[in-house]
Design a binder for this molecule. Structure first.
Ligand code: BV8
Length: 262
């Protein structure tokens, strides 16, 4: 990792008044949570995640899709936040004003100490029924969290809504579904007002979420990207820090506030 780039990024981050951290699946990769780019395994190996993450797939085969989300929820529940999540929580306590916007449906930002993260694509932990009312549903988990699933996962019939008996679905935004208006509005407002946007672990190809770093850049913010691979955001970012988030973010945050304290 080029130290001069990290030092430049740290100077910008440490002196920013308003910081946005925009994350994708890559921030959770080092917690052992597969990204969307990773091939699916086991029962779902023959499917493409983008095909499974749709209302059509759920209505065609509710047991397969609910089983996939329950397998993911079990994996997230067994995972731990990594140093990248912890560094982002530290930004929240050091920057004058900061907002975390995530595309992820896991709860690792919250478990690392981040408060008020904006979830553009919902959460594995907020199931609701498919009726128009979208009644919230609860999991009948054993006290120690989701039943440990065999690694290859299995088909699981979704529960029925306690209020209206409609099928319960995952509380996520599927492809072809609108993002929650409050979340999207809040994210656009934060991106428009920030001085620095840190884009971490996203392939930057799913819209309208992928627009967020672009909105920040168009509004005059400096975009810093953390990703081991090139992405379409390379041209939006003023600084591209090539490497894993769990390694880069702790060093970046330490330098940012040591530098300004110095
Ligand atoms: C919608 C929840 C309209 C579910 C997800 C233009 C404008 C608007 C829409 C579209 C458009 N063009 C096409 C569309 C449709 C579509 C879309 O964008 N398709 C893409 C494929 C082209 N968008 C939609 O359908 C959206 N809805 O537009 O609705 C509408 C409006 C009104 C009324 C009705 C309808 C909804 C999209 C949301 C889909 N749901 N997730 C679930 O989780 O199951 S998307 C999902 O994939 C993620 O949430 C994320 O957003 C996306 C991509 O994943 P990433 O997070 O980027 O992760 P990825 O795996 O791709 O990459 C990981 C990255 O991490 C890599 O770059 C890797 O290098 C890096 N990495 C790996 N290890 C590390 C690391 N980085 C750092 N450290 C490491 N250690």
């Amino acid at each position: 990792m080029e130290d001069v780039l990290v030092r430049r990024a740290a100077q910008l981050l440490g002196s920013a008044r308003r910081v946005v951290v925009f994350t994708g699946a890559g921030i959770s990769a080092e917690s052992g949570v597969p990204t969307f780019r990773d091939d699916l395994t086991g029962l779902w190996a023959r499917f493409d995640a983008a095909r499974l993450a749709t209302a059509e797939a759920f209505h065609a085969d509710p047991d397969l899709v609910w089983g996939w989300y329950e397998w993911r929820r079990a994996r997230v529940s067994r995972a731990q936040p990594n140093p990248g999540h912890l560094a982002i929580a530290a930004i929240g306590s050091r920057a004058v004003d900061s907002t975390v916007i995530t595309q992820n449906v896991d709860d690792l930002h919250e478990r690392a100490g981040t408060r008020g993260a904006i979830h553009l694509h919902g959460s594995l932990f907020t199931p609701r029924c498919v009726a128009a009312a979208g009644h919230p549903a609860t999991f009948e988990d054993p006290s120690d969290g989701p039943a440990a699933q065999p690694d290859e996962g299995r088909r699981i019939p979704p529960p029925r809504c306690a209020s209206c008996a409609a099928l319960v679905r995952p509380g996520v935004v599927w492809f072809g579904e609108a993002l929650p208006e409050t979340a999207l509005t809040g994210a656009v407002e934060a991106a428009t007002a920030c001085d620095v946007l840190l884009a971490v672990g996203t392939s930057g190809v799913v819209y309208p979420a992928a627009e967020i770093p672009r909105i920040a850049a168009r509004s005059g913010a400096t975009v810093i990207q953390v990703n081991p691979q090139p992405t379409p955001l390379d041209t939006v970012a003023a600084i591209n820090l090539r490497g894993p988030a769990a390694e880069i973010l702790p060093a970046l945050v330490a330098a940012a506030w040591e530098e300004t304290d110095g």
